[in-house]
Design a protein around this ligand. Structure first.
Ligand code: UD1
Ligand code: UDP
Length: 370
């Protein structure tokens, strides 16, 4: 059977890579890889690491792209491709605009859709924006829902989806993570190699969500800045997203701050190995909320809601919102109160056991083969 994977951004590539690798091992599947390239550099970083060579690259990326541009450019390119390739199944992963466009393009050609990382819900259509809507819209179209957790399955059941099409698989992000984490990892970047991780408190920061751009992001960065000023043993490492709107805010707020290191986006391998050595993670990223608990790193989630409450229930993550005072208080607490820190620094794995890809591919073969 022909299975076409469609993806376009960094996190989709990281989470789709182990599925592609698994499909390559199976004689029942002809794997066809299509990237929309909604992201360019940040996607290519992952393709290089996992040595994935797309069969088709729509190269839709352009700087400052709007949601409508991403959607229409992806849809147009994918329509032609799906008509040409005639896949038996299209696989999409997550909640980006590429995911929605990929599912819709397949549906228009009456091609079956498998949705990886299905069933996550924040409950607020505007947050994360536009991801909550993308994920729901994709769910409506999908024939098979690969839900990472029991809760994700329940969300789908509550919305009336048929149980026989929902499969709890774990999240493939853990498959990728286990593949690249190393105790003895050596960074190419000399600065990261020589950081004294044992004696300084490294705060790993990422922040990029559309709904945080503007005032919320200013508050998040200001809180981090004030905390770092207070704690001389704290250093911030911020591999910053390529979005210029994020960069402008960060450069302005962190201007002249000695212990805040804004660096270019890291390749996935050094990035997760940096997380493994960090003391605390502050983020609005979806993927980091899944990776950090697995590595036993306390995560402060700088968002008003999350579609990933499992890490919070497990005690490793805390939803701290986007108000400066709240973030300051929680980050300060983690840096000063060892008991509080220890309570959160437990390795838990609510998101998977590293075998999600194997399960997903088995299900595809079982379902599509009959
Ligand atoms: C997208 C996804 C978001 C996901 C995030 C992962 C949508 C609507 N958003 O958000 O769900 O969490 O990716 O990072 O699908 N840019 C570059 N080079 C790149 C990538 C981005 O220069 O390789 C810059 C461009 O100026 C671009 C901007 O970042 O206009 C935003 O990129 P875009 O894909 O529109 O949204 P993200 O914020 O990256
Ligand atoms: N990541 C990376 N380099 C970086 C920052 C993040 O490889 O400099 C990885 C991270 O490990 C995670 C994924 O990118 O797997 C998260 O992507 P992002 O935060 O862009 O998107 P989200 O998960 O919020 O959709």
């Amino acid at each position: 059977m022909k299975v076409m994977t469609i993806f376009g951004t960094r996190p989709e590539a990281i989470k789709m890579a182990p599925i592609i690798k698994e499909m390559e091992k199976r004689k029942e599947i002809e794997s066809i890889i299509c990237v929309t390239a909604q992201h360019r550099q940040m996607l290519d970083q992952v393709l290089n690491l996992f040595q994935i060579k797309p069969d088709y690259d729509l190269n839709i990326f352009h700087k400052g792209q709007t949601l409508t541009e991403i959607t229409t450019r992806a849809l147009e390119g994918l329509e032609k491709l799906i008509i040409q390739v005639k896949p038996d199944l299209v696989l999409v992963q997550g909640d980006t605009t590429t995911v929605f466009a990929g599912a819709l393009a397949a549906f228009y050609q009456r091609v079956k859709v498998g949705h990886v990382e299905a069933g996550l819900r924040s409950g607020d259509i505007y947050s994360p924006y536009p991801e909550e809507a993308n994920r729901k819209l994709t769910g409506i179209i999908a024939n098979y829902h690969f839900a990472p957790t029991e809760r994700n399955k329940k969300n789908l059941l509550n919305e009336g989806y048929d149980e026989k099409n929902i499969f709890i698989t774990g999240n493939t992000v853990i498959d990728s993570l286990l593949h690249v984490i190393r105790e003895d990892y050596i960074f190419q970047n000399e600065f990261l190699n020589h950081l004294d991780y044992k004696n300084i408190k490294t705060i790993l920061v990422t922040c990029h969500r559309r709904e945080n751009i503007g005032k919320p992001m200013e508050s998040i960065f200001s809180a981090i800045k004030e905390v770092v000023k207070k704690h001389e043993d704290a250093e911030v490492i911020f591999p910053i997203h390529l979005n210029p709107k994020v960069r402008n805010i960060a450069y302005e707020v962190f201007d002249q701050m000695k212990r805040v290191h804004i660096i270019e986006p890291l390749d996935y391998e050094p990035f997760v190995n940096l997380m493994f050595r960090s003391y605390i993670v502050v983020t609005d990223s979806g993927g980091l909320q899944e990776e950090a608990p697995s590595l036993g790193k306390p995560v402060l989630v700088v968002r008003k809601e999350t579609e990933r409450p499992e890490g919070i229930e497990a005690g490793t993550a805390k939803l701290v919102g986007t108000c400066k005072d709240d973030i300051y208080r929680e980050l300060n607490l983690l840096l000063t109160d060892k008991g509080e820190y220890k309570k959160m620094a437990n390795a838990v794995n609510p998101y998977g056991d590293g075998k999600a890809s194997e399960r997903i591919v088995n299900i595809i073969i079982n379902k599509m083969g009959t």
